[in-house]
Design a protein around this ligand. Sequence first.
Ligand code: NAD
Length: 350
Amino acid sequence: MKPRSSRAIKIAILPGDGIGPDVINATIPVLDAIQNVVKGLKLEYVFGEAGLNCIPKYGTNLPEKTIECLKSVDCCLKGPLTTPEEPGSPRSAAVKIRTMFDLYVNLRPLKSRPNVHSLKPDINMVIVRENTEGLYSGIEFMSGKDSAIAIRLITRKCCERIARFAFDLSMKRKKHVTYVHKGNILKITDELFKDSVLKVAKEFPEVRVDELRVDAAAMSLIKRPESFDVIVTTNLFGDILSDEGAQLVGGLGVAPGANIGEKYAMFEPIHGSAPKYTGLDKANPIATILSTKLMFEWLGFKKAADKVERAVETVLREGRVLTFDISLPNVKFAKCSETGKEIARQILQS
Ligand code: NAD
């Protein structure tokens, strides 16, 4: 997307459930700071409601007025939402937003950072997860009293467009794509996925292409994580592998995410609402703050994106103001809000 410096960029902010309000509140000073130091960048925040907290009030986890708000803005920054699990309960609001706005890319960068425990020092990969179909298609039913079926919907259109995004991205990185599937068992759906990826690969002759079955990929992420550049895979495999991948580089507290479509995008940490830390001002806001780096890249404000990442890395390197999950030995851990303010302070000094 091109920079739009002539007017304020409207961002819908959905704090969400559990630790969502804490990590979002810690991110606001970072957004405020970045506008102070990047010329031509003006942001307008439009707060909205979504998640389990909405159900008693609106009878739904994604109220109509939130949908209208999302439609009226340039992009969305979202905290995690708690998903009700009982049969018959509403579908995940995050999944509803992804499908409603056709945000077909779920982008999950995983990178070793200073002072954060990482399985290897040089991990730098991106998981590109298909975000609109697969086992998330929401087609599930009882097929008998004691049997149930979930449909794994796979289409050539969605496979080709996610593959094209992954190959395009790899051209700006190390030109290496690994596609992950379970074609030995899912002989029809994953054959279609494989065939689509290989068709797109022909458009990118400079890119090295590898394939892995998902079980081998789960193992290889631990064994040789530094060898991956871009991983492209279907929805559920990408979800699982990216939580595993987050653990390789310091945990869910530092793993950002983006949901990207043709004209719209939603940015969110990959973690969930971690209900046990609700209201404690304890969770790590860095995953959410790094998600704003992805947001600024998508908006075309590369300078703002770089400043956010540099400020995060400075705070990590200094090691004085880190939350419990990544705090250094013998250093008192910081609150979520303190970490956000410290990153904002670094931005203002930059
Ligand atoms: P979770 O990601 O919320 O938490 C798992 C554990 O990871 C936590 O108990 C905590 O120890 C750690 N953790 C997560 N985020 C952290 C942070 N910022 N700082 C420090 N530690 C952190 O996973 P869960 O407990 O399986 O899910 C809770 C709820 O969140 C569920 O209802 C789930 O459906 C939902 N969820 C929502 C999204 C989303 O909105 N996109 C994504 C994943 C899960």
